[in-house]
Design a protein around this ligand. Structure first.
Ligand SMILES: Nc1ncnc2c1ncn2[C@@H]1O[C@H](COP(=O)(O)OP(=O)(O)OP(=O)(O)O)[C@@H](O)[C@H]1O
Ligand SMILES: [Mg+2]
Length: 391
């Protein structure tokens, strides 16, 4: 869920568009200061890449970079991840544990999806930003102070969230010192051929297939497409094509249907390729996707006691699991609980107080299935005592 990096990972921004050149200059400038950075942009545009580059070009590069995704984590877990906890503060807290903020002294902390933080966590974060003091969960006073640089990112419109009361304005002002607004790929189409060729080389190498070229009609189609999942989607599409073509030249007919559909619909006002609001454009995935994977994950929770937050949530958030897979997992669970979401929380090994959080997570990603559909099915499960014994 959280990643601590000290070594210099190979990250670079591919592209020569004016937007990318401006971004490079802004990264250089931001890396010379210690000011807080807020990065905005659609899913897959490179917010995390930018945060890494800022850290690795800064004087803090030798210290750690801690990355934590705030979305969907229950408050208790998020607070304990960030600030640590003291022994006995909750069931299972057998010993004192330092938080991530303490694990990157003089380094950088990257909080992704900060727009998803609950109001309570926003207050906790604000208090930390004001004092720099760390108070571990369950402690009655502050434990230490830390010097970290904070970089945050969101694909939400924070201004709009402030208007609806979902995000604190005082926190927004604290976070929004240096602002990066990364444009979507469709606004820098000239970068598409560079990215496509870069990823063809990269995936040909990793999959040990000969490097190939892209025919003009195929490249036109790739440049016409709207890329709702931005560079992450392009990367997935290229990987799929590299595997499919195995070194022969790439023709338009080798492209996935959604890319071709967008081209044939161009000029007709079709909504093909409308911007995705979720974590991944469904169609851009699929290599590791499928019912098998969903069932395997459902089994891990239902038969091996793994928690949804530990085995499903992180891979969904890192876009390694599609919405279809998540819906399938929920479906498998609901079939076992006769459509009861409270039992599902238990079945997927979450704490009962995670119920609301779990439901809002599913709703947000459009994976909340109507329970009525499962009520007609005779209950395979009578109650919690039977959890995990379904076939
Ligand atoms: N300019 C770029 N050049 C090369 N690769 C890029 C570029 N921008 C993004 N990528 C790649 O695209 C993928 C998505 O980037 P990243 O995770 O930084 O996006 P993000 O904006 O944080 O997305 P999300 O909002 O969904 O978290 C990564 O694999 C990253 O390496
Ligand atoms: Mg990200």
């Amino acid at each position: 869920m959280a990643i601590v990096t000290t070594r210099q990972p190979e990250v670079r921004l591919i592209g020569q568009s004016p937007a990318i050149q401006a971004l490079e200059a802004e990264i250089d400038s931001a890396s010379r200061s210690d000011a807080k950075v807020l990065i905005t942009g659609e899913t897959g545009v490179g917010k995390e890449v930018v945060s890494r580059l800022i850290h690795h070009r800064s004087a803090r590069a030798a210290a750690g970079l801690v990355t934590l995704n705030c979305a969907g984590l229950p408050d208790s877990l998020l607070e304990s991840e960030l600030f640590g906890h003291v022994r006995g503060s909750f069931t299972g807290a057998y010993r004192d544990k330092p938080g991530l903020l303490e694990m990157a002294p003089n380094g950088t902390v990257f909080l992704d999806e900060v727009g998803e933080m609950s109001n309570r966590m926003q207050v906790v974060l604000l208090r930390f930003l004001e004092s720099g003091e760390i108070q571990r969960v369950g402690a009655d006073r502050s434990h230490t102070r830390v010097n970290v640089r904070l970089i945050t990112a969101t694909n939400r419109d924070l201004q709009q969230q402030i208007n609806t009361g979902a995000f604190r304005e005082d926190l927004y002002f604290r976070l929004n010192v240096i602002r990066f607004a990364i444009p979507p790929l469709r606004e820098r189409v000239e970068d598409v051929p560079l990215l496509v060729n870069y990823y063809i080389h990269s995936f040909s190498q990793s999959h040990k297939v000969p490097v190939t070229e892209v025919m003009a009609d195929a490249m036109d189609a790739l440049m016409d497409y709207r890329w709702p999942g931005n560079i992450r989607e392009l990367k997935n599409v290229v990987e799929r094509i590299v595997l499919k073509t195995c070194g022969r030249p790439i023709k338009a007919s080798d492209l996935p249907p959604e890319v071709l559909k967008a081209t044939s619909a161009a000029g007709t006002g079709s909504a093909a390729g409308a911007v995705s609001s979720g974590p991944a454009a469904e169609s851009s995935e699929g290599l590791a996707s499928g019912t098998g994977r969903a069932d395997e994950l459902a089994n891990l929770m239902m038969k091996q006691g793994e928690s949804f937050w530990a085995v499903v949530y992180p891979i969904f958030m890192s876009r390694d699991l599609t919405r279809t897979d998540l819906r399938r997992i929920v479906q498998v669970g609901l079939e076992s609980t006769n459509g009861n979401y409270r039992l599902l929380v238990q079945l997927f090994n979450m704490a009962p107080q995670d119920y609301k959080r779990f439901l809002s997570f599913l709703r947000k990603h459009d994976c909340h299935l109507p329970f009525q559909r499962f009520r007609a099915v005779p209950a395979r499960l009578q109650g919690p005592a039977n959890l995990g014994k379904t076939s």
